[in-house]
Design a protein around this ligand. Structure first.
Ligand code: SAH
Length: 208
């Protein structure tokens, strides 16, 4: 059984995006924050070990791979970007080798806007924040809630009121788990600062 800091160290060694699509809002979750959320989901809600998890908008896989390390029964990795998926596969193989375990997983290339919902028990995701593609965050959550009764997700803290209203309108229960400062490294030419910090919160949405 790994500790939270051991998990963060393993996740910090994963390969990151080789290119960053602006439209798809690709930025990886910092490893310590990924480990922190997964740890809380496993420890407080018992929603990782033994569960079928869907990592939606998985990118290079930090959340889903973390879930596998914590004993998830199976992880569905979903992303629309082929390059991210090839890095993801490399990351899974590296961790399997390192840990001496064969994990149960499925990789699905798909767009949340037009795919059949995955049948899982829990969704974990760090979706696009909807900064570039308007409402992308809500579209992700709409799809996520079709895949599983529990959704754990990261959002810009300033959007939480709006998300809470959306959850209320659907009859879903939403709680804020933790507030973080995400450090986003400059990935685009027009970024003027090397590191940009934004306030991000992890939330849990529970259906019915
Ligand atoms: N979950 C990863 C990556 C977060 S970045 C992490 O936590 O590090 C957001 C991811 O969502 C990117 O990999 C991007 O390719 C994916 N994405 C964006 N729009 C999508 C869509 N419509 N359908 C599926 N994946 C999408």
């Amino acid at each position: 059984m790994v500790s939270k800091s051991q998990l963060a160290i393993i996740l910090s060694k994963l390969k990151l995006f080789t290119t960053h699509s602006l439209h798809l809002e690709q930025y990886g979750t910092p490893s310590e924050i990924a480990a922190d959320l997964l740890w809380q989901v496993d420890f407080s809600d018992r929603n990782i070990a033994g569960k079928t998890i869907c990592d939606l908008g998985c990118g290079t896989g930090i959340l889903g791979i973390g879930a596998l390390i914590l004993g998830a029964k199976k992880v569905f990795f979903v992303d629309t970007d082929e390059e991210a998926i090839s890095v993801l596969l490399e990351n899974i193989r590296t961790v399997e080798k390192q840990e001496g375990i064969k994990y149960s997983y499925e990789i699905i290339k798909g767009d949340v806007q037009n795919m059949t919902p995955i049948q899982a028990e829990v969704v974990v995701c760090n979706p696009p924040f909807g900064t570039k593609a308007k409402h992308a965050d809500r579209e992700f959550l709409g799809f996520a809630t079709k895949c599983a009764p529990y959704v754990y997700s990261f959002h810009k803290t300033v959007t939480l009121d709006y998300l809470k209203d959306w959850c209320d309108s659907k009859g879903y229960d939403m709680i804020i788990i933790t507030n973080y400062n995400f450090e986003l490294k400059a990935t685009q030419e027009f970024h003027t600062r090397k590191i940009h910090r934004i306030e991000v919160s992890s939330i849990r949405i529970k259906k019915g």
